[in-house]
Design a protein around this ligand. Structure first.
Ligand code: HEM
Length: 184
């Protein structure tokens, strides 16, 4: 019996020493959550628009906000005049421009919020919003147009249930682009 107690005591000591050693030698890298991680990150989920494929949860969240915002802008008479090419196509039943814009905006925001598995292949923000370089942009945006775009983005994000805290963080990213988008 005594032997058993002694053995347990020795074992307990060994465990304590080995744990201590581990504590002293293990340095965990700091965990930094990107905005993309907060939006859902790289966890794979079923894509609701095509249930035979998977999509990163962060990308799905961003795409939902983007598509929702495009619809808000399409109905906003303060901004929809800039999108005449796109709206004429959609009215005629051609959604290729909408799909390209949805993909480019989604890629853009994925990259801007810290996604690692996507790249943005569209025009620079200056070129995309300069009618001379992008004939799909009907006129130059001013500061008021930019503010309205942000308001529509907030509305679009609310519609798909994004929290105010996350909307605020997306807003910070968007705010850094004002100088490139506003060209008059
Ligand atoms: C920070 C805010 C904004 C971001 C991040 C953004 C981003 C983008 C991106 C990624 C594209 C696609 C470029 C390409 O296809 O190569 C685009 C196109 C466009 N943007 Fe913006 N944009 C912003 C603000 C605005 C504002 C304020 C307006 C209008 C007042 C606007 C009007 C347009 C138009 C008309 C197009 C072309 C759409 C089409 O392909 O038919 N954008 N934008």
């Amino acid at each position: 019996m005594k032997k058993a107690i002694l053995l347990s005591a020795v074992l307990a000591m060994l465990v304590a020493v080995s744990c201590k050693k581990k504590d002293n030698t293990t340095t965990n890298p700091p965990v930094t959550m990107t905005l993309y991680d907060s939006l859902g990150g790289t966890e794979m989920v079923v894509d609701p628009s095509n249930t035979s494929q998977m999509i990163e949860k962060g990308r799905l969240g961003i795409r939902s906000v983007v598509d929702s915002t495009i619809f808000v802008i399409a109905a906003d008479t303060e901004l929809n005049g800039f999108f005449t090419v796109l709206l004429a196509e959609v009215t005629a039943g051609n959604t290729s421009g909408f799909e390209a814009l949805s993909k480019n905006l989604t890629d853009f925001f994925c990259v801007a919020t810290g996604a690692k598995n996507f790249t943005y292949g569209g025009k620079s923000m200056v070129a995309a919003h300069d009618p001379a370089q992008n004939p799909r942009m009907n006129g130059k945006a001013d500061n008021g147009d930019f503010d309205q775009f942000v308001a529509d983005l907030v509305t679009g994000a609310h519609k798909v249930g994004l929290s105010d805290q996350l909307i605020g963080r997306v807003g910070e990213v968007v705010g850094t682009l004002r100088g490139d988008v506003v060209q008059q």
